[in-house]
Structures are given as C-alpha cells and as structure tokens.
Design a protein around this ligand. Structure first.
Ligand SMILES: [Zn+2]
Ligand SMILES: [Zn+2]
Length: 134
C-alpha cells in the first residue's frame, strides 16, 4: 500500500472517518464518464455503523473554507464497487459507490458484510429513492 491523498469524509450518521483515495475517485468518475462540469457526488458505506450515504465532494474540496484532504501513509481499503442506481433510469449523475474491502475478505464474508448495510432513506442527488439492489 502506497498511501497518498485521501478525501476524509465523515459518516453522516456516526461521524467516523471514511477516507477515499483521490486517485480511486478520479478513476471511478472516468469509468462512469462523469465530467468535471457535473457535480461530484460519491456514495460511501461507513465501516462502523454501515450507513450508506451520498456525499457532495464540492463541499469537501481542499479549497477554503473546509480542508478535508489528508495525506495518509497507507492507502485506505475503501474500493470502488460500481454505481448506485435510483428509481429513474435516465437520472444522472450515478454516484460511484465505495466501501471498505480488505483484499483478504472471502466472498462469503463479503456478502455477510454487504447484508448489514443500511439503505433506508437513501436518495440520489436528484432526490429519487435508491432501492437496495437484489
Ligand atoms: Zn457511520
Ligand atoms: Zn435519480
């Protein structure tokens, strides 16, 4: 693990840190074809309380007034998993979803972890409900 610059989100429910590597966010936006002129939203799962929330990176940019970027000695284990889909399939942007996944996690352990995520009340940036995927 090489470390690097991370967005230090904090969970909207319990306040625990959710560090996302900037490079991984950039790569996810590239994969999803999300461009700079669009608002940048990411969805992240808190490893502590398991709340999924969508965060607006505009509000956490390293520029004043808030400095939310930190250089960490090790890369965080939050990884890009795919995009969240709301009930309107024409809706954009589709926020990339990040969750903490240790490379040693087995598929069974991973599924058990995913089953604990809290989806209730989750809405996309355009306020459409996001159902829990099957
Ligand atoms: Zn939390
Ligand atoms: Zn939507």
């Amino acid at each position: 693990m090489n470390g690097g610059l991370h967005y230090m989100l904090s969970c909207s429910e319990c306040g625990k840190p959710i560090p996302l590597l900037l490079e991984k966010i950039a790569l996810a936006f590239q994969t999803l074809d999300i461009h700079n002129k669009e608002r940048e939203f990411v969805a992240a799962v808190c490893d502590h309380c398991r709340r999924i929330e969508i965060y607006d990176l505009e509000k956490t940019k390293p520029n004043p007034p808030v400095g939310q970027v930190a250089s960490l000695p090790e890369t965080s284990e939050w990884v890009y998993l795919g995009s969240l889909e709301c009930e309107d399939n024409t809706c954009k942007p589709r926020p990339p979803l990040f969750a903490k996944r240790n490379p040693a996690t087995s598929p069974v352990e991973w599924k058990a972890y995913v089953d604990t995520w809290k989806w209730d009340g989750l809405v996309c940036p355009n306020r459409h409900p996001i159902p829990m995927p099957d």
